[in-house]
Design a protein around this ligand. Structure first.
Ligand code: UDP
Length: 419
């Protein structure tokens, strides 16, 4: 029998007390207070991939801390074929305003895979948090089962393809609440019902974000193969058109004409649920083929958390030239490390970065190049901007704040929907 089990992602447990130094004692104590009435609560987080992209990044850090708070938290992924993930990427793109749409045959694949996954939700939960569109149908297929169901949307869905939204709206309507990163992301025609705004956060203690000293940082990147004596520009992101990697290369070329020593590293991860990655990778490598100062790195050749950490630290400027962006953890990751960012004015980016705090927002390739040049010419001002950005991250975008917002929502919903 072809059982399509939900896959358990085992992440153990970590100690909230270790966050006192970065997030402060008050934040840690507030979480313990919020969690006190929720002891033993069974919470399932359900998404599509255990690695690659922001959602996996957050769950990897959040689930172990929920456990430390006395919550019985589980993380599972919905199994799918590459065909299924091609469909869910099409849905993702349509929610971000893409116009390609989703064909009837694709909806059929979506429904069939969802139905097979739904047969295997066996345990009982008090709260089920469904992340993004891939597992969205499970609420409908599994039924309520006395759980509170939350849809956690990480996508800029403010101007979705209307046909795709119309198809998803009845599914969404069955949830007890929908959570978005920004108020404007709740699609205008989404069913009414409770909407909550909770922005994501970064984990200051993950190997991606812990302090690395300059010597170690330099050694890591020297080994990887960039020239650590020349200025380095870095974009860290999935290989996705919405992240505009070709625009990044175009901006770099303008900078390079005025500062010939500059190098560019595009650091990208392949995510299980993003089948477009390879195609975009090939477009980038073709575009970059004539310039040995453009480097392409992926998780498949060993660029993991520590290496990303080193790239975000050693870069003179981090670029995130997104055209659409749900949040963009990479922005906070960079400013947290004291590196200024030049980023596209898109989606959740301006939450973390405003002109003068963290770096600069830009609307075009030319503007992107100008701002990079400004920062390369005046590193001292870049450092000041980044430090202001780091302070914003400390106040608003560290993991304990996110967990607190979610615990408040769980408690509220449980009160309104007793089992
Ligand atoms: N990331 C990584 N290696 C890479 C590219 C990205 O570890 O080669 C991480 C990055 O550091 C960040 C996450 O993947 O933590 C991407 O999250 P973000 O919110 O920026 O974008 P998303 O991929 O969710 O659209």
């Amino acid at each position: 029998e072809a059982m399509m089990m939900l896959q358990n992602v085992e992440v153990g447990r970590s100690s909230l007390d270790t966050y006192r130094a970065s997030a402060g004692d008050a934040a840690v104590e507030e979480l313990r207070r919020l969690a006190a009435p929720l002891q033993g609560l069974r919470v399932l987080h359900l998404n599509a991939t255990a690695y690659g992209g922001g959602v996996a990044e957050i769950l990897r850090s959040q689930v172990p801390l929920l456990r430390d708070l006395g919550i019985v938290a589980r993380w599972k992924t919905i199994p799918g074929s590459s065909e299924f993930f091609a469909v869910t990427k099409a849905i993702h793109n349509a929610l971000q305003g893409g116009t390609r749409g989703v064909t009837p045959a694709e909806w059929e694949i979506y429904e069939q895979t969802s139905a097979r996954a739904a047969e295997n939700v066996e345990e009982s939960y008090d709260i089920v948090v469904v992340h993004d569109p891939q597992p969205l149908m499970l609420r409908h297929l599994v039924g309520r089962r006395d759980a509170v169901w939350i849809w956690r949307c990480h996508i800029d869905s403010s101007a979705p393809d209307p046909a795709v939204l119309a198809k998803l709206a009845p599914l969404l309507g069955e949830y007890d609440a929908a959570v978005y990163t920004l108020g404007s992301f709740a699609p205008p025609d989404a069913p009414p019902g409770r909407v909550e705004i909770i922005p994501p956060a970064i984990d200051p203690l993950s190997p991606k974000n812990i302090d690395l000293d300059k010597g170690l940082t330099t050694e890591i990147l020297d080994w990887i193969g960039v020239d650590v004596t020349r200025p380095l520009l870095v974009q860290v992101s999935r290989f996705d058109h919405w992240k505009d990697p070709l625009g990044v290369i175009a901006a770099y070329r303008i900078v390079k004409r005025r500062m010939p020593g500059v190098q560019l590293a595009l650091v990208g991860s392949m995510a299980l649920d993003d089948p477009e990655g390879w195609q975009v990778y090939h477009e980038i490598s073709t575009e970059a083929a004539d310039d040995p100062d453009i480097y392409l790195f992926t998780n498949l050749t060993g660029v993991g958390n520590i290496e990303v950490n080193a790239f975000q630290r050693l870069a003179e400027v981090v670029i995130q030239k997104s055209l659409r962006e749900g949040f963009g953890l990479v922005i906070s990751e960079a400013t947290w490390k004291g590196t200024p960012v030049v980023a596209g004015r898109a989606g959740g980016i301006p939450l973390q970065l405003t002109d003068g705090v963290g770096g600069y927002l830009v609307d075009s390739v030319e503007e992107c190049a100008e701002r990079i040049l400004d920062l390369l010419r005046d590193p001292e001002s870049g450092r000041r901007l980044a430090l202001a950005g780091r302070e914003l991250v400390r106040r608003r975008f560290l993991l304990p704040r996110l967990i607190g917002d979610e615990l408040r929502l769980y408690a509220d919903l449980l009160e309104q929907h007793p089992a």
